[in-house]
Unconditional design. Sequence first.
Length: 201
Amino acid sequence: MLVSEAVVVLRFYGILPVAIARQVVSDRFEVQLWPMQLRAASATAALHPARLCVSIALCFPCRYVQQNCLRSLDGLEQLPSLNSLNVSSNGLTSLEQLQSCPILETLTAQRNHLSTAAGLQPLLQCTSLHTLDLQHNNIEDMAVIDIIVAMPQLRCLYLAGNPVVSKVPSYRKAMIARCSQLTYLDDRPVTDEERLWCQAW
């Protein structure tokens, strides 16, 4: 049974400083309410729309913490089962701690302050990552391209809006030729015909 929408204050083990959000909680998740110290393995009634400090159990596979003024990803080490993460429109300069999420499949990190290869190095530990959105950051380090190319499962890449794009000669052709699994790049899909043409180029 679903608990109806409630306005809550979420604390995701350090990754989210106090933020107001709307959350629908399923009865298969364990919810801890503080300071009441109530613990429920299932929920059968609607929560009153009020501000509650909620600590949500680690079984949630997704985190949506965009637009929360984050400066770091501290706390991700508590979420090893995470498979989808949205940290867009924050103040991140590094993806440190992302290595704690080895089965992460989707990362949306557009509109942060990412700029260097060192800040993106943790991506190499996320060997299951197939969708990566880094649009509109400040990435200009050419070594970032080598990191992206080394990601074995990458299928969808969004890199537009970064200075590095203009530094790579024939950017689209080069990325398609070097990333053999890529099926979508920036604004459009990669067709079989285009791949063959890029590889021949």
